[in-house]
Design a protein around this ligand. Structure first.
Ligand code: SF4
Length: 379
């Protein structure tokens, strides 16, 4: 089994990004939570992970150290927690640690912690200062681009020196921006090698005309810039996933479970669903007293997990259903939501995914892969 745990070590932030899904959206439950996770909760969490790793025979345990801004927590606490987890989980469980940060607080002492525990760090960056500073603001309303870039530089130098794993960036797509310009800024000017594009949080209740069309344009511009660079030079998660599916690249298959642990130890569903299913984020389950089974066996949570892994009715006749699964292969299940049907909808970004697959099919055909093979791989 592959178990992914989003650990909310900070339910507070040093920035105030205007589009933030956590602090500037509809679910304000962070107001009832501790701002920073405490030592006793981390101790309970490491015991919980140890129990689960043994009882569920977990092959891979992925911890996503998350916030708010995770680097607001004490370095010593994270250092001790990761050391404890490594010591107490089952000897046959592989531990992977990822950390998502706005980059502003990265210093040499943090790099030491990342180095000691093999933490794979990703920085949120939405483009050059022109784009990034429109939305990613500090508490005084000033752009955070230059501080984020300073953090990125520290990570890159540490990675080049072989001290830490290669880092990546996460870019929230804005359909009003130029995808090619932003890609070139990341790759040619900043030397970024791993990019994860996130489509804006959206659902069928709120999607506005042109939003999807503009995002499609952004993604296709970016795709062409990436293809022009030559596949393999830069890892773009969305494109590699789609291409891998079209080429039937086989990855190891594990049973998967993902959930969130809040700063008070509460066990919640995957974090990206917090604004569409707010009531499911008021659970009484806690790592101190409960198991994963207690959580996933509650009726409403069990229904949610069933919906997450089901193919939406509206996708069943789609030519790309086996490589897209209603957008499941790209994550972001919140983009399937409507009040009427829950998650039983295609993604609001369906047209973006179709355009992406069509362009990639054309690319493969242009590289000598016959239509019969492409068609077969789609089945
Ligand atoms: S989301 Fe769209 S592209 Fe994906 S499977 Fe559903 S209908 Fe097909």
């Amino acid at each position: 089994m592959y178990m992914e745990v989003i650990v909310k070590v900070a339910e507070t932030c040093n920035l105030n990004c205007t589009y933030c899904y956590y602090f500037n959206s509809t679910n304000n439950d962070f107001q009832e939570k501790k701002k920073l996770i405490g030592k006793s909760t981390l101790s309970e969490l490491s015991l919980f992970l140890a129990r689960e790793s043994i009882e569920r025979k977990i092959k891979i345990l992925q911890l996503d150290i998350h916030g708010g801004e995770p680097l607001l927590m004490s370095k010593n606490l994270l250092d001790d927690f990761l050391g404890d987890v490594k010591k107490t989980i089952d000897a046959s469980t592989e531990l992977k640690v990822a950390l998502q940060t706005n980059g502003v607080l990265i210093d040499d002492d943090w790099i030491d912690v990342f180095s000691k525990h093999n933490v794979c760090v990703s920085i949120s960056l939405d483009g050059s200062a022109d784009e990034h500073d429109k939305f990613r603001l500090d508490k005084k309303g000033k752009g955070s681009y230059h501080a984020a870039i300073a953090g990125l530089g520290r990570l890159q130098r540490a990675s080049l020196a072989g001290r830490i794993l290669p880092n990546g960036i996460i870019c929230v797509v804005n359909g009003n921006f130029d995808g090619e310009k932003i890609y070139n800024h990341f790759v040619k000017e900043l030397g970024v090698k791993y990019i994860h594009y996130l489509l804006p949080e959206c659902n069928h209740d709120v999607v506005v005309a042109n939003q999807v069309k503009n995002i499609e344009k952004f993604i296709i511009e970016t795709l062409h810039a990436w293809l022009n660079d030559g596949i393999g030079k830069v890892k773009v998660q969305m494109f590699e996933t789609a291409l891998g599916k079209l080429m039937r690249k086989r990855n190891a298959i594990y049973e998967y479970i993902g959930f969130t642990v809040r700063s008070d130890g509460a066990i919640n569903p995957p974090d990206d669903l917090r604004n569409v299913f707010p009531s499911l984020f008021h659970s009484d389950f806690n790592v101190k007293t409960n198991s994963v089974n207690d959580f996933i066996e509650r009726e409403d949570i069990s229904i949610l997990y069933g919906e997450l892994s089901s193919i939406p009715e509206a996708c069943k006749d789609c030519a790309f259903v086996n490589v897209c699964r209603g957008g499941q292969v790209f994550g972001q299940p919140e983009n399937r939501f409507s009040t009427r049907n829950g998650l039983n909808n295609k993604s609001v970004y369906c047209e973006v995914y179709k355009a992406l697959y069509v362009e990639l099919c054309k690319y493969l055909y242009g590289r000598g892969i016959g239509w019969e093979r492409i068609e077969k791989n789609l089945q």
